[in-house]
Design a protein. Structure first.
Length: 197
């Protein structure tokens, strides 16, 4: 059951559906699914129902540039940038590929940057990849960090930040506050219980 659920899939559900999934996962001992549900419930707690449920089924997604602008960040390049620093308070705001969010140790984590060893992460060497590395280092030095979930379909053989089969957009109402941890040479966004320990 756990392998069938991703952050992207859970986030598409209505609040009552997420609560039911969480209850089922608790009963089955599927802790990773419970964690995904809890993260999704935090993100949707501010959503209000305005009209029939049919209208709520459609998630309102916006372009990456519009989502960042709503958070006070203006991307250097709207086609390739995946993050920036909000000038008003110095918060690092990064785009996170929703399907890359994993549940682990009672929290959530997402790989932000990894070195390009033997062609394993070519995007990391690009200008936008180096920008991401700079943002990760800023967060490691104490800057607060926020993430915007980007929804879409991966293209086999490519990092979604570099090239995706399709990008549906960003849910502007979902903001994840995380800390950046360095594991070896990789930088990870971490939030939930694990990040609070």
């Amino acid at each position: 059951m756990a392998s069938d659920w991703t952050m992207e899939r859970v986030a598409k559900l209505e609040r009552d559906e997420i609560e039911q999934l969480r209850a089922n996962a608790l009963g089955l001992g599927e802790r990773e699914v419970v964690t995904l549900c809890e993260a999704a419930l935090v993100n949707c707690s501010k959503r209000r129902r305005a009209g029939p449920a049919k209208r709520d089924k459609a998630r309102r997604l916006v372009s990456r540039g519009a989502a960042f602008e709503a958070r006070g960040v203006y991307l250097e390049n709207s086609r390739t940038s995946w993050g920036g620093v909000r000038k008003s308070d110095g918060v690092v705001v990064l785009g996170l590929w929703a399907d890359a969010v994993k549940a682990r140790d009672g929290g959530c984590l997402c790989l932000l940057w990894a070195p390009n060893v033997d062609g394993s992460h070519p995007w990391s060497d690009s200008a936008s990849g180096q920008d991401r590395l700079r943002h990760c280092r800023l967060a490691m030095q104490g800057a607060a960090a926020e993430g915007l979930l980007v929804f879409g379909e991966r293209l086999e053989g490519h990092a979604p930040e570099e090239k995706a089969r399709s990008v549906y957009g960003v849910d502007p109402e979902t903001v994840v506050r995380f800390k950046v941890e360095k594991h070896g040479e990789q930088y990870w966004a971490v939030w939930g219980k694990r990040a609070q320990q």
